[in-house]
Design a protein around this ligand. Structure first.
Ligand code: TRP
Ligand code: SF4
Length: 334
């Protein structure tokens, strides 16, 4: 695990509270696999959360606790992964500041996700320095651990592009300190919410990780399917149906074949199809629910895990920052 030849992986998630099946299959399941074959670092990007939620900082800690419980329940193993909180490793802020000195504003203003968010979020003022600097902080998060691989969703790839450019610019000015990290775009399983849109807490269409059998069942039974299947006798197209995406994650190849064929020929109804999904989904949700409950009954264990991880992260970060300060001639007090 600490083999220096292993790839170094860093990824973060903003603490938004309970995770849902989109987070689980879009990111965490991949993290769980990666921790076996890399030196993995996963953290709560609480400072990043502030870039858009600076007005509700009182909810951050609880959201963070819930998120770490979900990480652990889903199989992140603190013996294999460094789990930590961004704001508790101050070196992120120091490196962010230094990288800010060499990051052209144009690179940030041109970022497509920046432009998109500025257009979409209209209920708050986002003409903010911190928000513009989001990718600079992200670059600091990543290169602080000399990461070589960063598992991210497709929406984050341009941010990673910027990270590479910033790292390159740093190395050009101050000497080779940082490797250029590559995005790891494992094709994440697509997860659609109960209304057919992308699963998201803010859409109210999410099934939470480890949600109880009854509500999981209720949500699945009430979920929209291929809109073409208005009546039982109308054939459907599984590729247009969120239930089928869940089958692809949870069901056997045989069941997937059964759905694929019988949806298109109206050989089964959506109720049959959903019940078949629940045969697999509910036990897995129960397993996660039990794991969560165990962790919730030991909050001090969860806190200890994160504190230990944060101490390990800090030690690594401090080592990098010593090199950075020397490289930039900032290591001495006169
Ligand atoms: N921006 C990422 C997201 O919204 C979260 C994040 C912050 C991150 N720092 C990171 C991801 C560093 C990977 C590496 O999902
Ligand atoms: Fe979706 Fe299954 Fe209904 Fe087809 S039969 S539309 S895959 S729920």
């Amino acid at each position: 695990m600490t083999d220096p030849k292993l790839p170094i992986v860093v990824s973060g998630m903003r603490p938004t509270g309970r995770l849902h099946l989109g987070h689980l299959h879009g990111a965490i399941a991949n993290w769980v696999r990666l921790q076996e074959i890399t030196r993995a670092h996963f953290f709560s990007a609480d400072w990043h959360a502030l870039t858009t939620s600076y007005h509700e900082t009182d909810k951050l800690k609880q959201a963070e606790f819930e998120m770490f419980v979900d990480f652990l329940a889903a199989g992140i193993d603190p013996a294999k992964t460094v789990l930590f909180i961004q704001s508790q490793v101050k070196e992120h802020a120091e490196l962010f500041l230094l990288l800010g000195m060499i990051t052209p504003i144009g690179w940030l203003e041109r970022s497509p996700s920046y432009k998109e968010m500025r257009e979409q979020i209209t209920d708050r003022d986002l003409a903010l320095y911190g928000f513009l600097g989001y990718p600079v902080l992200m670059a600091a998060d990543i290169i602080l651990y000399k990461a070589t691989m960063v598992p991210v969703g497709a929406d984050q790839v341009t941010h990673l592009e910027l990270t590479r450019e910033i790292a390159r610019k740093f190395n050009f000015h101050y000497g080779e300190v940082f490797p250029e990290p590559k995005p790891l775009l494992t094709e994440a399983a697509k997860v659609v919410g109960t209304d057919g849109r992308k699963m998201s807490k803010s859409y109210g269409n999410a099934i939470e990780l480890g949600e109880a059998a009854e509500t999981t069942t209720k949500k699945v039974m009430g979920a929209v399917t291929d809109p073409a299947r208005k009546l039982r006798k109308d054939p459907g197209n599984p590729d247009l149906c969120g239930i089928y995406y869940l089958h692809r994650i949870y069901s056997t190849a045989e069941t997937q074949g059964w759905v694929n064929e019988n949806c298109r020929t109206a050989g089964i109804g959506c109720v049959d199809c959903k019940k078949k999904l629940l045969e697999r989904l509910v036990p897995d949700q129960e397993r996660l629910r039990e794991a969560r409950e165990k962790l919730l009954s030991r909050p001090d264990y969860v806190r200890d895990v994160v504190r230990d991880g944060t101490a390990r992260a800090r030690a690594e970060a401090e080592r990098t920052m010593e090199q950075v300060r020397i490289a930039m001639h900032l290591d001495q007090n006169l």
